[in-house]
Write a protein that binds this ligand. Structure first.
Ligand code: DON
Length: 352
């Protein structure tokens, strides 16, 4: 009998032999343990205050949804609490821009390199012939908005977001939107710089409103996991068979999430967690374990780079044990690993 149908594999969230996730009951244990460890980190973080309304959010919340391509979701903690997407929506902007305008046009406006700078940096824009490093930082998102306007309205994006997230309750959080519009001088400066360089051809205020509305769409960890699983499945909804984007678009989005999704923390995150992820200052994390699962996390206390402090810790804790890491290694054991021991073993093996 085929392995996939045998009883011994019934409990596993099986994709195929290569991309086998952990058994469900064991997965639940691993996530619970990860949640406990992640909660201990919350006090080290702070909710974003540069958007005053976000400063009112309870920092102690934490929730996660693991949404495997095959098998049942696992949801824990504050997985259905609404928060604003903030920069997570840049993945949606990118998907829509690639589908609407094509790769060539998109990458004529933005680069595909990690910035090594803060998400709201404008340093690269002060150099002649430069464009935003990548589409997942504020300058890149604003440049994409210039491409999307006026072809699409905010309502079009909202409709697409509700569909791809399988969440008809996603709305514009008017209070957060107004709050950010009052304090977005840096984004306004970025937009003017983009305009001065000829990257942004549309009206600065229209572009800012469009961008900020997208950032203020309210989602849940569950909604993000639904978007994530479509990306994991190369752009197709596994349940309905509906294609939301080309597999090339999905691949570009996932690659940029891995290299640029966590801003100047992207390299460290890739090494420690190994799951393409996009963060937002609302506390959301959208993660994609390719061919395996979509993951949504919510934890509003942020680290100094603007990424969810407990969310990152949680993903780090579960990544290898749940076999979500892009570079999953069954031999890897972080707890017992001591770099000196490894080096000693290697040196001994090679007589050095
Ligand atoms: O443009 C901003 O500053 C926010 N609307 C979004 C920034 C953000 O989420 C950065 N993420 N970690």
């Amino acid at each position: 009998m085929d392995d996939m149908n045998s009883n011994s594999h019934k409990e596993e969230l099986v994709i195929d032999k290569q991309y086998k996730l952990q058994e469900r009951s064991k997965a639940i244990e691993i996530i619970k343990r990860g949640m406990d460890l992640a909660r201990e980190e919350i006090h080290k973080g702070k909710v974003a205050t540069y958007i005053p309304e976000l400063g009112k959010v309870d920092p102690h919340q934490l929730g996660i949804v693991i949404n495997p391509i095959r098998g049942e979701k696992i949801s824990m903690g504050d997985y259905d609490v609404r928060f604003t997407m903030q920069s997570v929506c840049k993945v949606i902007m990118l998907i829509v821009a690639l589908e609407l305008c094509g790769r060539k046009e998109v990458f004529s406006k933005v680069g595909m390199e990690p910035s090594g700078e803060a998400f709201d940096s404008l340093v690269e824009l002060d150099v002649s012939n430069s464009k935003p490093y990548n589409p997942l930082i504020n300058s890149g998102g604003l440049a994409l908005c210039g491409l999307l306007l006026p072809e699409l309205s905010f309502q079009d994006i909202l409709r697409f977001t509700r569909n791809i997230c399988s969440d008809p309750e996603i709305v514009l959080d008017e209070v957060v939107y107004q709050s950010e519009m009052k304090t977005c001088s840096r984004n306004r400066s970025i937009a003017f710089l983009l305009q001065s360089k000829g990257i942004l051809k549309k009206d600065v205020e229209d572009t800012l409103r469009f961008y900020t509305k997208m950032c203020s769409m309210s989602a849940t960890a569950d909604a993000l996991s639904n978007l994530g699983v479509i990306l994991a499945n190369d752009g197709v909804c596994g349940e309905t068979g509906k294609r939301f984007m080309s597999s090339r678009t999905a691949r570009i989005a996932k690659t940029l999430m891995l290299t640029c999704g966590m801003y100047n923390g992207s390299g460290t995150f890739a090494i420690k967690v190994g799951i393409p992820t996009k963060s937002g200052v609302g506390g959301g994390l959208l993660s994609v374990s390719d061919k395996r699962a979509g993951i949504g996390v919510f934890g509003p206390a942020l680290d100094t780079q603007g990424n969810s402090i407990a969310g990152c810790k949680l993903l780090r804790e579960i990544s290898n044990d749940l076999r979500l890491n892009l570079f999953y290694d069954p031999e890897w054991n972080r707890e017992t690993e001591d770099e000196n021991d490894v080096l000693k073993t290697i040196r001994a093996a090679h007589a050095i």
